[in-house]
Write a protein that binds this ligand. Structure first.
Ligand code: GUN
Length: 688
């Protein structure tokens, strides 16, 4: 093992480089926290006994016998916070084994970051000659000081029969307790097997999830990836992801091809390992975010990396075997790392599904897998996706595909039908619609108050009240996407929004107002006279009611009651800035950025006791919430209603008293499981 002085020197050296060892706090070892999320895609921090590593992370595979790129370089130059190596290979080679036992695996590999080891299962699958014991290999990993060890699971291949796979799953499960005992405090990987059988993947996830593992790799997927059977890979993730404890990272065993990262990340994968960077380099193949290219086929490099800088394909071909392999391996590493960085940034930006869509066009099997995913989006994924986006959507011709953010808002809309005697549908142009049709909307509202006003968008119909809600308000694409919806889609959406068949009038945005009015009169008659002085207020009030229903889960009658007699404060651009009740209390501010609602403390207090999602915190947490500090995982006793990450919620104490409000970062189920990280970002506490 490294001595304390050596460790200090490493810390100092690493500190002065871009990468610093990031020690974990006492008691946090094995905990995983999520810091940012978009649906199931998440940025997290995994606490090992000596480090805190950021996820999604790529662990380059190090073969202790052939180090194509030195682990030290992985750490210092490329910034990999973790690597994976094979404990069975170390165990089998006497010289490696004795150094590892005497000096520790970190010194053996000269790597100060997180070291994960595999157990020999994969060798058994490839060569069939592994004769190490179940406990023996875990004890060995512990003794050489790895940060995350792996139990000896039984590899289930896609060609195995159901009976064989079931036996592999059950054998792996039965080895769990003895492996965990042997691991003692060392974090242990509990692989999920199950071949291509969805129910066995679920069984494996549930049984392994019951035990005290720290990470769950999805095993047995290498043969699928080698044959580009990506749809089955997606099916496996869809089957088992929600059965794996959310508070543990999920590792895609052997998944190192960059073009698979976005779809796996979007489905909740946190860790990847790559041997591909070195294996492909040996065959003169270069990884690119969109696929693999052969050195022999290149006249120019289609992507630039530091490794290739100053080289041409010809000059690389002229290098000796060893030098060429190392150079391509470095290029492959850079490409792989940057694709995962792109995924992390996309999670922050709320654009992970855009990346999924983009990458899906690079490979037919990946496209098929992506289309399968769009058609089989799990409700759990839709429900955990914040429907409100900071950015709009960029639309290609592929307007059939519905990313979860759209699906989640669509689901909200479909759940709350508008009561009306007919509908007027505006279409043909992008927002901001208030500027284009605000005037005629007021006329319609005054003369035909029982007719719903809808907007036709390339993503489907929306009520006019949602006209400033992003992503609908910011759909970017060529003019062609604004061509009218076909009748079948329109009828489908109309029924979802307004109930069974209704009279409709379809109007083109930009047509003359008299023409539009005469079309409406031809279907709905003259209408009523209505009071023109209060029509704007009445539209704004209805908009607030609709948004309270969608974003705060309020029942319409409750929302209408709160909004009755309320007043509005307008911005210079005549948009509603603040909503004030008839008693003069400022309760809400519509957000101009994404069309959502921000509650004030007084507004939250007023809504306490309605249907708005509410968390009950334990006594220890009450003073902190009152002071406006975030509610941390582990301090929530109960959740009333459904928490949606990104949407508002209230906080009360054990006596049911209101103590603050904030924005949920997680679902109700996750509040029961996580032990680290922020559960509710508090906006205001009520004070001491
Ligand atoms: N490496 C690639 N696939 C697997 C697997 O299923 N189990 C283990 N332990 N290692 C792997």
């Amino acid at each position: 093992m490294w001595s304390a002085d050596e460790m200090k020197a490493i810390l100092f050296r690493a500190d002065s480089m871009a990468r610093a060892v990031n020690p974990c706090r006492e008691g946090d070892s094995g905990k995983f926290e999520v810091t940012t999320r978009d649906g199931w895609a998440r940025l997290g921090r995994l606490h090992t006994s000596t480090h805190v590593m950021n996820t999604p992370a790529l662990l380059p595979v190090i073969n202790p016998n052939i180090r194509t790129v030195e682990p030290r370089e992985m750490w210092e130059k490329y910034g990999f916070e973790a690597i994976i190596t094979n404990s069975y290979v170390i165990w089998k080679h006497e010289s490696l084994k004795s150094t590892a036992l005497n000096d520790g695996v970190h010194k053996l590999l000269d790597y100060p970051g997180v070291i994960m080891t595999d157990s020999g299962t994969f060798q058994n699958y490839v060569y069939g000659d592994v004769e190490v014991g179940v406990e023996e290999i875990v004890e060995f990993q512990r003794e050489i000081g790895v940060d995350i060890a792996t139990m000896l699971d039984v590899f289930g291949t896609p060609s195995m029969s159901r009976e064989e796979i079931e036996a592999a799953v059950m054998e792996t499960v039965s080895r769990g307790p003895q492996s965990l005992d042997a691991a003692k405090k060392t974090l242990l990987n509990g692989p999920i097997q199950g071949g291509v059988f969805a129910d066995l993947r679920i069984k494996s996830a549930e049984e392994m999830g019951e035990m005290d593992f720290s990470v769950h790799p999805i095993g047995g997927i290498v043969p699928l990836m080698e044959r580009q059977r990506y749809r089955e890979l997606v099916e496996i993730l869809l089957a088992c992801r929600k059965h794996i404890p959310w508070e543990r990272p999920v590792h895609m065993f052997g998944c190192g091809h960059p073009h698979l990262f976005p779809i796996c990340v979007a489905l909740g994968a946190d860790l990847f390992d790559s041997a591909a960077y070195a294996l492909f380099a040996r065959d003169d193949r270069l990884l690119m975010p969109w696929g693999t290219v052969k050195l022999d086929d290149l006249n120019e490099f289609p992507a630039s990396t530091e490794a290739l800088s100053g080289y041409t394909p010809n000059s690389v071909r002229a290098l000796g075997d060893q030098a060429r392999c190392e150079l391509i391996a470095r290029h492959n590493l850079e490409i792989t790392a940057s694709e995962l960085a792109r995924c992390r940034q996309a999670i922050r930006d709320g654009t992970i599904w855009r990346l999924v869509e983009e990458r899906s066009h690079t490979n037919p099997s990946l496209r098929e897998a992506t289309e399968y995913l769009y058609q089989n989006l799990p409700l759990g994924l839709i429900d955990t996706t914040n429907p409100l986006r900071q950015r709009g959507v960029l639309m290609s011709q592929d307007i059939g595909s519905q990313p979860p953010s759209i699906a989640s808002l669509g689901r909200l809309l479909n759940n709350c039908q508008i009561e009306c005697e007919g509908a007027i549908i505006f279409g043909g142009s992008p927002g901001p619609w208030r500027e284009r049709i605000g005037g005629i909307v007021q006329t319609i509202h005054r003369r035909w108050p029982n007719v719903a006003i809808l907007i036709e968008t390339p993503l489907g119909l929306i009520p006019y009240s949602m006209e400033d809600v992003s992503p609908w308000a910011h759909i970017n694409g060529p003019k062609s996407i604004w061509e009218r919806m076909n009748n079948e889609d329109l009828e489908f959406d109309l029924e979802a929004l307004c109930g069974e068949k209704k009279n409709i009038v379809r109007l083109k945005i930009g047509d003359e107002k008299p023409l539009q009015i005469s079309k409406i009169e031809s279907i709905f008659g003259d209408g009523v006279k209505g009071d023109s002085t209060i029509v704007r207020t009445s539209i704004d009030r209805e908009t607030a009611v609709v948004k309270m229903k969608y974003f705060l889960d309020l029942n319409c009658e409750v929302a209408r009651d709160i909004m009755s007699g309320c007043k509005f404060v307008y911005s210079k651009t005549k948009r509603v800035k603040n909503i004030i009740t008839k008693d003069g209390i400022h309760i809400l501010s519509p957000r101009l950025t994404d069309g959502g609602l921000s509650l004030t403390l007084a507004g939250a207090r007023l809504l306490h006791g309605t249907q708005i999602p509410t968390v009950v915190v334990i006594d220890d947490s009450v003073p902190f919430t009152r002071q406006g500090r975030n509610v941390m995982h582990g301090f929530i006793d109960e959740v009333k209603g459904q928490l949606t990450p990104g949407l508002p919620c209230l906080v009360e104490n054990g006596e049911g008293e209101f103590i603050g409000h904030g924005v949920a970062q997680c679902t109700a189920e996750e509040t029961k499981r996580f032990r680290k990280g922020i559960a509710i970002k508090i906006r205001d506490g009520i004070g001491e």
